[in-house]
Design a protein around this ligand. Structure first.
Ligand code: GDP
Ligand code: MN
Length: 518
């Protein structure tokens, strides 16, 4: 819930309540709920402590899980309190109570105008580690609008090319669409030999500001990684597996006899026995009453680990001003329609691309799996104010920069008629990033299409990658008919904002429509 006096301030894409109602309803559930429990006070800093761009929070909680995980995910402790005393004392007031852990008595409330977050009745990371989605994105985006910066659901990574130049990229994909994997990508053999390296700055959240040079700079406000365990293995994400060998908290995984952890899709061998995520004895091959295989780990089992333990971590993590952003990437899961990569003609067109982003639903979202839904800038569940005003804020910041980052859209998830992925993804995505950086440095031209610029046929390095030529054709195919249909969906989506949608976006809509008619 976004709790503001007027519904318009929360906008058409948020759940809304008045602050009075929010405080009253949560207050009723919280009342006496901590009796007999230990209350912890957690002072924490989002961003390097002492940076003018960082924000401080203090979370009260009755959960030791929250305390230990906040110690990994944020910079926390006495140094933060000392700092608070030396400054103007401004901080986000965060309150969390487990109460009964009853889904019907659960409220996650944001009060942007009071710089306050109340969370009651949940024990799940995203709802209780209040520095993450609640502060860094929902309250952060509101503060960003007030103070002239951007809080975004983006990974930040550096791509080092063979000459040693590092281009920094920020990328927004909806949850479970590959941010963490891309942020710590392992270069494929050929590109590694050429001299490419990847530097991880952040895997989930970017705070971006215009610095004194008039360009966009980004910091990762977090200090840890909150990863999904199932599917993480030395094959899918070797850097992550190396990171989680120590100082790691595992949640809802399978406990093996030797007291280490395992999960479906983890490194072999599959253990012969263990304790499952619900505390029951487990053996491989068992079937639930529902007929589904009995899982050792919950599909959303997680681990938290200090980001400094990631082998590819960037040495710019502690820099108070962060890193200069050359490119912003939007993307999602699209089985059809969207090509592997295309580039916006300019900032305003790029904002339109972000505002019209869509993705197929994954297990991370409520609703029908596979259904296409609009998720502008991957911020649908995280924007703390009216999304129409948010688009206007993006447009305004673009006008303030001396040079704007280039904006791109990627789709690693396009499929053929048989439903197979057309693109191998993961480490091979570096081939696309290489083109993006070359575009940012003005080293290659592109082909203009109605939806944006795409690479010339030979400008994506395919050495060592065997993909049938017709697959490449399909990856880059742009069907006018599909895109006209896409525009029908965009029109409906835009109409939902009424007069709050910036006219520039309707202008981009009409321009694209016209380009598709030719
Ligand atoms: P995040 O929630 O955005 O950080 O996404 P993750 O990086 O955790 O990835 C979510 C899921 O997408 C995992 O199952 C990954 O294996 C899968 N995934 C990530 N990158 C790619 C890719 O390039 N291609 C394909 N096909 N799947 C990917
Ligand atoms: Mn992630």
């Amino acid at each position: 819930m976004i709790c503001t006096p007027k519904k318009r301030e929360a906008g058409p894409t948020n759940n809304w309540m008045t602050p009075e109602e929010g405080y009253r309803r949560a207050g009723e559930i919280l009342k006496n709920s901590m009796r007999g429990r230990t209350m912890y006070v957690i002072p924490f800093s989002m961003g390097p402590l002492g940076s003018p761009f960082s924000k401080i929070g203090v979370e009260l909680t009755d959960s030791i899980y929250v305390v230990l995980n906040m110690r990994i995910m944020t910079r926390m402790g006495k140094a933060v309190l000392d700092h608070l005393e030396r400054t103007n004392g401004e901080f986000t007031r965060c309150l969390h109570g487990k109460a009964e852990l009853d889904v019907n008595r659960r409220l996650i409330l944001h009060f942007p105008e009071d710089n306050t977050i109340w969370s009651v009745g949940s024990g799940y990371g995203g709802n209780v580690l209040l520095g993450k989605k609640c502060l860094s994105l929902r309250i952060g985006s509101y503060l960003g609008q007030q103070e002239g910066w951007l809080a975004e659901h983006m990974l930040i990574m550096g791509v080092e090319n063979p000459s040693g130049y590092i281009g920094y990229i920020a990328a927004a994909f909806p949850s479970a669409c590959g941010k963490t994997n891309l942020a710590m990508l392992l270069p494929p053999e050929g590109l590694k030999r050429k001299g490419y390296r990847i530097w991880t700055v952040g895997d989930d959240i970017a705070w971006m500001r215009i610095d004194t040079d008039g360009k966009l700079w980004a910091v990762n406000p977090e200090y840890g990684l909150f990863g999904v365990a199932p599917g993480t293995s030395s094959k899918t994400n070797p850097n992550f597996v190396k990171a989680i060998q120590r100082n790691t908290i595992y949640t809802n995984v399978l406990l093996k006899k030797d007291k280490t952890a395992w999960w479906e899709g983890g490194d072999p061998p599959v253990p012969a026995e263990g304790i499952d995520w619900q505390g029951r004895p487990w053996k491989p091959g068992q079937i639930e009453e529902s007929g589904e295989p009995k899982l050792g780990a919950h599909p959303n089992a997680r681990f938290t680990v200090p980001i400094l333990q990631c082998p590819s971590v960037s040495n710019r993590l502690e820099h108070h001003h962060g890193v200069p952003i050359s490119a912003i990437i939007f993307g999602g899961r699209r089985a059809q329609v969207a090509p592997l990569i295309y580039e916006a003609f300019n900032w305003q067109h790029g904002v339109f691309m972000g505002a019209t982003m869509a993705s197929e639903r994954t297990a991370a979202q409520v609703g029908k799996l596979g259904e296409v839904r609009r998720d502008p800038m991957a911020m649908l569940p995280f924007c703390g104010y009216n999304m129409g005003d948010y688009f206007a804020h993006w447009l305004k910041l673009g006008r303030k920069m001396t040079a704007t980052p280039k904006i791109f859209n990627v789709n690693w998830f396009r499929r053929d008629e048989k439903g197979e992925f057309l693109w191998p993804g993961f480490g091979e995505n570096l081939r696309v990033l290489e083109w993006i950086i070359s575009r940012c440095r003005g080293e290659v031209d592109a082909v203009e299409t109605p939806i944006g610029n795409v690479p010339h046929e030979n400008d994506i390095d395919m050495t060592g990658l065997r993909i049938p030529r017709e697959n490449l054709k399909k990856l880059f195919a742009i069907s006018k008919k599909d895109w006209q249909q896409e525009l029908d969906g965009v029109q409906k989506f835009f109409n939902g904002f009424g007069k709050d949608l910036p006219p520039e976006l309707w202008k981009e809509f009409r321009a694209l429509k016209k380009r598709l008619e030719i």
